[in-house]
Design a protein around this ligand. Sequence first.
Ligand SMILES: Nc1ncnc2c1ncn2[C@@H]1O[C@H](COP(=O)(O)OP(=O)(O)OP(=O)(O)O)[C@@H](O)[C@H]1O
Ligand SMILES: [Mg+2]
Length: 253
Amino acid sequence: MMHIWTVANQKGGVGKTTTAVTLAGMLAQQGKRTLLVDLDPQGSLTSYFSYNPDDIEDSVYNLFASGPSTSNVISALHPTLCDNLWLLPSSVVLATLDKEIGTHPGMGLVLKKSLGRLENRFDFILLDCTPVLGILMINALAACEKLLIPVQTEFLALKGLERMYHTLDMVQHSQKSVPSKCIVPTMYDQRTRASVDSLHTLRARYGNEVWREKIPVDTKFRDASKLGKPLSYLHPRARGVLAYEQLLQDLAA
Ligand SMILES: Nc1ncnc2c1ncn2[C@@H]1O[C@H](COP(=O)(O)OP(=O)(O)OP(=O)(O)O)[C@@H](O)[C@H]1O
Ligand SMILES: [Mg+2]
């Protein structure tokens, strides 16, 4: 059985890519065949693994431009420096997608169909979204069984979350199954008022849709992104890693 999880929030810089990379790295280390999909035209995830989104040949774009065929999906799979961990990269041309084909009917299911072609090649597929609402995010929401919403514990954090819920409502009208949601508080710093207060508000408003723990601020995440491997490969005992391990256990439970 292939599990598909989407990481999304309509706010930038909240830890979406970090969450996708870190969880995927841990799954791969556990021996799970794992695929990361970069659905952000900025290509942060693609760059993380040292591919260049400005001149990549085969990417997520192919699936939209030439169709969700098995050969199109397979030829866009790229290896990473880690065993069991693969990347379906982004390309800068993805930024043109909404203008080109955004309004064509049926375009919301391209990704779901494409990933379905992979059948049992992977145990886990993690989709990393752009913060911009558009055809890519709609596709990611339609393709997943689980939706992780990282929320930075700071003032104004709830704005992006409200927008995200609104988008979900919209998408769910046209869908049979609904992904289960998990709000993941990120970049928590217990010494700051902003972190403590916003986490409190988050729990009060969203109750048990909020994960019981939180991801702490850990500067090692930034360092790991320069080395092309998820943090757990470099610092297995880092506090950020331990927190994501706990998250993964809770998600799998
Ligand atoms: N728990 C953390 N502690 C400290 N820094 C973090 C943490 N999580 C992420 N970061 C750093 O914060 C920055 C933004 O994180 P990330 O790229 O994961 O966010 P994003 O939501 O994917 O952003 P975007 O919306 O631009 O795609 C990065 O430099 C990342 O290394
Ligand atoms: Mg990102």
